[in-house]
Ligand binder design. Sequence first.
Ligand code: ZN
Ligand code: ZN
Length: 244
Amino acid sequence: MLSRLLEIAYPPVCEGCGDAYYKNGIPGICQTCIDEKLFPQVEPFCDVCGQSYRGYMANQQCSNCRGRHLSFDFAVGAYRAEGEIMDWIHRFKYVHEIHFARTFGQLMTRVWEDSRLSHFDDWTVVPVPLHRKRLRERGFNQSFEIAREWVRHSPKNKQLRIVNALKRNQYTTRQATLDRKERLSNLKGAFAPAKHMADKLKDAENIIIVDDVLTTGTTASECASILRETLSPNRISVITVLRG
Ligand SMILES: [Zn+2]
Ligand SMILES: [Zn+2]
């Protein structure tokens, strides 16, 4: 009751336009800004990384993925990494505005439009881990927070199970500050199985790795390769709020 009254007195403000708005389903952003300021990934897109493209692409693979070995089967990004949402991602991760987890987790439910995901119900959800030191600095793991909101707002969410199956050993330079060549080699040996990973995931046939942004796919691929070293899941997919 009190929160309802507070909401009427101080309606939530949209991050995109600053206007007050009443609940439209996604906290932090009004429907007009979703329609006008965000760019959904729409078909046709790269079969591997989910980047949408215009025109012709050989074998449905973009220039990022062609000729590379990536350890996941496919990735689905909800939106393109461009426009104002880039600034929100920055505020979320580096200015500790954890409230964005709700916005991003719910925006990410778009990925269910991809039949490669919606065809199966029993996904085990593995967030990309942070190094202990980074976790202390930031206070939260953005991938886990997004994953939790995404699960909460997904259809058939009872069948989705989040497992912190991986740990990060290297306190690596932020991928965002590196160029492409450095990104591709920065993460060798960065991840390892968390305690009891094999037990926790022994029946997992379908695994979804969750991250905030997919750029070259190297982070997600390194995580997937650790999972494949000890387990034999039928498929490993990756979902992110942004692909770009
Ligand atoms: Zn707005
Ligand atoms: Zn691609």
